[in-house]
Structure formats: C-alpha cells, structure tokens
Design a binder for this molecule. Structure first.
Ligand SMILES: Cc1cc2nc3c(=O)[nH]c(=O)nc-3n(C[C@H](O)[C@H](O)[C@H](O)COP(=O)(O)O)c2cc1C
Length: 345
C-alpha cells in the first residue's frame, strides 16, 4: 500500500471513501491496530499522545509510538495547549516513522481539558488556527484535526473552527458529531457534518455512533462525508471494517477464534512481558465475548488469568462450547453485539 504521504502529494487518499480506526486511548496499541488494518481499516492511529510528554522524552510515550512491521500505514495523534509545544513535538515526530499527524481538539477528559489541551482548544478558533499552522509548518507528513461540534449546546462553533483548520493548511477535518459536554446517549448531529461539507473545501470525516453498515449509510446519505472514523464500534468487533465494506460478511466462531488468538499473540509480543500482555488483553476479550451466548463463566474466570497458555485454553474451551451449541449455530448475534457496544461507557 502506498504511504499516505505519497498519496497526499497528489491529494488522493480521500478521493475514495475511507474507513478509519480512531485513535483510542488504552485500546489502539500496536496489536489492535494490526488486527484492524488486516480486517480492512484504511488508516489507524497511535492513541492520543501529549505533546509535552513527547518533548520531555517520556519513555512510556516513546514505547506507545512503536510501529509494527506489519503496519503498512500509520498515523499518530497529539495534543498540546499552544503552537509552541505543538511545533516542537511535530519536529520530534519527523524523526519517527509515521505517515500522518492528527491534532486532538476533541478530548473531553477533565484532566486533559484543565491543561488547555483536547477540546479546550476549540473554545478559541484563533488558537485552533495557530496550533494547526504550527503543526502544518513543521510536519513532514500531512496534518489533520479532530474536533467536536463545540464546547456545549450553547457554543456550537464547528463552522468557525473548521474554517480555522482549513485556513491553517490541514488536509482534512474529522468531526465527532457531539459537543464536549454531550454524553454518548446524545445523538450524533449528522446535519452538522453536512453544513461543514457545504462550507469547507477540505474533506470531512464523520465520527460517532458507527456500529454497522446502516449507521454508515445513514451518515453518508445525510452528510456526504468523505470518510468515516469508527471508535466504540471496533471494540471487540474489528470485523466491523470487513462488514462495512462487504455486507455479505458473517462472523462464525472459527473466524472469531483465529482473530482472537492472533490478537492475544500480538499483545504478548507487544508487551514483551507475558503477564502484562495477558492482563491488557483481558479487557479486549471481555469485548470480544459480547454477543455470544453463555459467556458468564468465561468472563468470571478470565479476570484471574495472567498466563498466556491458560488464557488460550479458556478461549479454546469457550469455542468448543459454542460449537457444541446447535441452537447458536456458532454465529455471533450481530444485533446483540451492536446493542452491547452502544452501551459501552
Ligand atoms: C476507550 C476510548 C478511548 C478514546 N480515545 C481517544 C483518543 O485517544 N483520541 C481521540 O481523538 N478520541 C478518542 N476517543 C473518542 C473516539 O475517537 C470518538 O470520537 C467517540 O467515541 C465517538 O465515536 P463513537 O460514537 O463511534 O464511539 C476515545 C473513545 C473511547 C471509547
């Protein structure tokens, strides 16, 4: 696959509709990204990194930035409270192997916002312009920005923010269609995507509530976005990328097992420590189990396991049980899976 930078020279990456895996804190590590890319994600990102931590040479941050040889294409997302720190962090990123840089201006987490990062930035479109410009000026790879619709219902300034992002030279804008103060039960405002599409020249990527092909079709129909970013819909369901592209796809237990086993193996390799890899994988397995029948016993046992072989045995036993259930036909109920994912957080 050609790198994004090569593509961007001719500005082709979003010439065809693309489906991206969102940067997901605590989730989109190397192992999960490899799995999602293998199943059809067109672009994946390292989870949000603090520009300050990068400049301070934090070892943990550097570890998070490692790239797997199987990652054909990879983006990274950073956040910072102003142009200076973003400029410095971007210079450092130029020494690493990334194809794309995204700036987080949507994170609602208090501890992030308190420091002037994440969604705090969209309160000031002029600052949005300066921060974006600093990254664009320094970056050797294309820069995009991910925003929310505004701080709260009374300050939806996404058109102004989008305009600042475009004027500063970003190659696309990703929009999570909720405000900073909105919880996940607030519907995604697809009309806002449409307004942005009609106002901006740069491509717009829609984000929020994509759990299946109907969700994606509705978003495209209502807003004509140039691409979509999947977030919670990929948790325990990396096959979402396959099913968004191929409606005939049906997940059987054998396919489920081969991917879960590969993910576990990758996780172990990434963490370089058996127990750390296994412990990190347990949350993924809890998500993977959603939608299958009679998972209670497996869930209860898995939270005590720290050894790779034990966890693999547990998974194999679970698979044997599913196969032995004639009524389940060993297919995951996609409907149940969707419903349970929607309720996440
Ligand atoms: C566990 C988790 C971690 C997240 N981490 C990030 C992150 O690092 N950067 C980011 O831009 N958004 C992050 N988000 C927000 C999502 O990318 C997305 O904007 C939001 O969940 C809405 O999309 P959805 O309705 O499809 O989940 C995170 C969301 C979740 C659930």
């Amino acid at each position: 696959m050609p790198s994004l930078a090569e593509n961007e020279v001719e500005n082709k990456f979003l010439d065809t509709f693309k489906i991206l895996l969102a940067p997901l804190a605590g989730v989109s590590d190397m192992a999960f990204r490899v799995i999602c890319q293998n199943l059809g994600a067109d672009l994946t990102f390292v989870e949000m990194i603090s520009a300050k931590a990068l400049v301070m040479d934090s070892q943990k941050t550097l570890q998070m930035m490692e790239r797997h040889p199987r990652e054909d294409i990879l983006g990274i997302q950073i956040t910072g409270d102003g142009p200076e720190i973003i400029g410095k962090a971007t210079q450092l990123l130029n020494k690493h192997n990334f194809d794309h840089l995204d700036l987080n201006m949507g994170c609602p987490v208090k501890k992030v916002v308190k420091t002037g990062c994440g969604s705090a930035l969209i309160r000031d479109p002029d600052l949005v312009y300066k921060v974006t410009k600093a990254a664009v000026d320094e970056s050797k790879v294309p820069v995009s920005v991910k925003i929310r619709l505004g701080w709260d219902e009374n300050s939806k300034n996404f058109l102004e923010v989008g305009d600042a992002v475009e004027k500063a030279g970003a190659v696309w804008l990703t929009v999570h269609g909720r405000t900073r103060s909105a919880r996940y039960d607030v519907p995604v405002d697809l009309g806002a995507f449409d307004k942005l599409k009609k106002t901006l020249s740069i491509p717009v990527i829609g984000n929020g509530n994509i759990f299946n092909k109907s969700d994606l079709d509705l978003m495209i129909d209502r807003s004509n976005v140039d691409g979509a970013m999947v977030s919670r819909g990929a948790l325990g369901n990396p096959w979402i990328f396959t099913s968004l592209k191929n409606t005939q796809f049906k997940l059987d237990i054998e396919t489920w097992f081969s991917v879960v086993e590969e993910h576990l193996q990758l996780q172990k390799d990434v963490y370089k420590s058996e127990s750390a890899g296994v412990i990190c994988f347990r949350k993924h397995l809890l998500w993977y189990l959603k939608g299958w029948s009679q998972t209670r016993q497996t869930k209860e046992r898995l939270i005590q396991i720290t050894k790779y072989d034990e966890l693999l045995d547990l998974i194999k036993n679970f698979v044997d049980f599913q196969i032995s259930q004639p009524s389940s036909r060993a297919f995951r109920s996609i409907k149940e899976n969707i419903e349970s994912s929607r309720n996440f957080i």
